[in-house]
Design a protein around this ligand. Structure first.
Ligand code: SAH
Ligand code: SF4
Ligand code: F3S
Length: 438
């Protein structure tokens, strides 16, 4: 054993997957994972930069971990992920305790970089958005029954508010055989749930038509023996077609849930965001999905306070969101990302106004979510049990097919199983349930 490593993951699912790759890479070089940060020889901070708050969180952590270097003079601190890509070398200047800065497309160089730092005592930033080398690398998953599997890296959409295309680069599809190799190995080792990841999953193959389409991936994974649940995040409304709805509806293991980011319920704002669809296009997709799969849960992402958003345009979002009757939503106040086109749009919405609009939207959507849950009180659902509940060791927590959270009394023997549960009491966050049977 060469030493220990500790990984802090601050971003989205793709960022979590990258942490699993980093973990497997460090293991393969002879390091051992630790849960005790003060014991670690290598500290990895895998960062996000989607909103200003994410940046502030990383800077806070980096300051906080300065002290660790005093305890462990040979500690190697690695900053990886999207903020690493955005700030690159600047991070080395600002934080003398950071030894390595590495971008999302350079993860596989981490063993080399660690060895380089140990050998020379120098510090290094490697943030190249060149070609993506999609080897099938080992993955160190937190859960044996559930896997993230990326289908693309990067994004070609360039929504005007978004930093992702700048920090993750242009979209590159992953070869279908690599996706299937990872999926097969996972399912053959007892895996139950696969979540396919990409910034715009249904654009899969647009850069490499010979790989096939996203529908092909869904069909192939649906055929794997042992797979129970297939999820994906996120599709983009502009890349939607009827064939996709048909395919989804025809595959028994694809969960009856879709996360379909809306961003705004006002057509002028949607155009300024560069989203390439209107509210009418969006409503028609939702109608088709609900027609083909009446039980489907639809969740979304919304940004309020985009530059130039008037109160009337915000009210359009309020009424469109109400009309769509979403099962849930992630709602955000717009955050300026330097270098993106939206920062030049005038006038900006004052930060307090953004927060007021956000709170108003959250309150309305939470009521809708709660009412929808309330209607399901007393019904039964199949729940994939994920962990012991954080709050209370007597409870386990898991998710339904529709990705609704359910907590119920149970012990760790249920983790990784799909069990029948009665949804006894509805909350906005999900349900308190009662175990019925295996
Ligand atoms: N690729 C996904 C979203 C990735 S980012 C998609 O397009 O569907 C997740 C969410 O963060 C976005 O859907 C958006 O709602 C939000 N977001 C992105 N940039 C933002 C910004 N500058 N300010 C506030 N929210 C933002
Ligand atoms: Fe960002 Fe738009 Fe790409 Fe999503 S689709 S990652 S919001 S640019
Ligand atoms: Fe994900 Fe944050 Fe990067 S949302 S893609 S880790 S900017």
């Amino acid at each position: 054993m060469k030493g220990k490593y500790y990984i802090i993951t601050l971003g989205c699912q793709k960022n979590e997957y990258d942490s699993q790759l980093i973990s497997a890479l460090l293991k393969s070089c002879g390091y051992e994972k630790t849960e005790e940060i003060t014991e670690t020889d290598i500290l990895v901070i895998n960062t996000c930069s989607i909103r200003d708050k994410a940046d502030v969180k990383v800077y806070g952590r980096l300051g906080q971990y300065r002290e660790l270097k005093k305890l462990k003079p040979n500690l190697i601190t690695i900053v990886s992920g999207c903020l690493a890509q955005k700030d690159g070398k600047k991070l080395l200047g600002r934080f003398p305790n950071v030894n390595i800065v590495v971008g999302p497309r350079n993860i596989s160089s981490i063993p080399y970089l660690v060895e380089y730092v140990q050998r020379t005592g120098k510090r290094r930033a490697l943030c190249e958005l060149g070609d993506m080398n999609f080897e099938v690398m080992p993955v160190d998953r937190d859960r044996s029954f559930s896997a993230w599997i990326p289908v693309t890296e990067g994004c070609d959409n360039r929504c005007t508010y978004c930093i992702v295309p700048y920090v993750r680069g242009a979209m590159v599809s992953r070869p279908l055989e690599h996706i299937m190799k990872e999926a097969e190995e996972f399912v053959n080792s007892g895996g139950l749930e696969i979540t396919l990841l990409g910034q715009n999953v249904n654009a899969y193959g647009k850069d490499k038509p010979e790989y096939g389409s996203f529908n092909d991936i869904l069909k192939k994974i649906n055929n794997l023996k042992g797979i129970e649940r297939i999820r994906f995040m996120s599709p983009h409304p502009a890349n939607f077609d009827d064939k996709f709805v048909e395919t989804m509806a025809s595959l028994e293991h694809v969960c009856r849930h879709i996360h379909l980011p809306l961003q705004s319920g006002d057509d002028t704002i949607l155009r300024r965001m560069g989203r390439r669809y209107t509210t009418q296009d969006y409503a028609s997709i939702v109608e088709k999905l609900r027609q083909a799969m009446p039980e489907i849960a639809i969740t979304t992402d919304i940004i309020v306070g985009f530059p130039g958003e008037t109160n009337e345009q915000f009210e359009n979002t309020m009424s469109f969101v109400k009309q769509m009757n979403f099962d849930g939503a992630f709602m955000f106040a717009y955050s300026e990302r330097e270098g993106t086109p939206a920062v030049k749009i005038n006038p900006s919405v004052p930060p307090q106004e953004r927060l007021d609009r956000l709170n108003k939207l959250i309150e309305m959507q939470n009521n809708i979510t709660f009412e929808k849950h309330k209607k399901l009180e007393g019904s039964e659902a199949l729940v994939l049990v994920e962990t012991l509940s954080k709050k209370d060791g007597e409870f386990v927590t898991g998710k339904t097919d529709k990705k609704t959270v359910v907590n119920f009394t149970g012990d760790s023997s249920l983790i990784g199983k799909i069990v029948k549960v009665k949804l006894e009491k509805a909350f906005t966050w999900g349900f308190m349930g009662k175990f019925i049977s295996d």
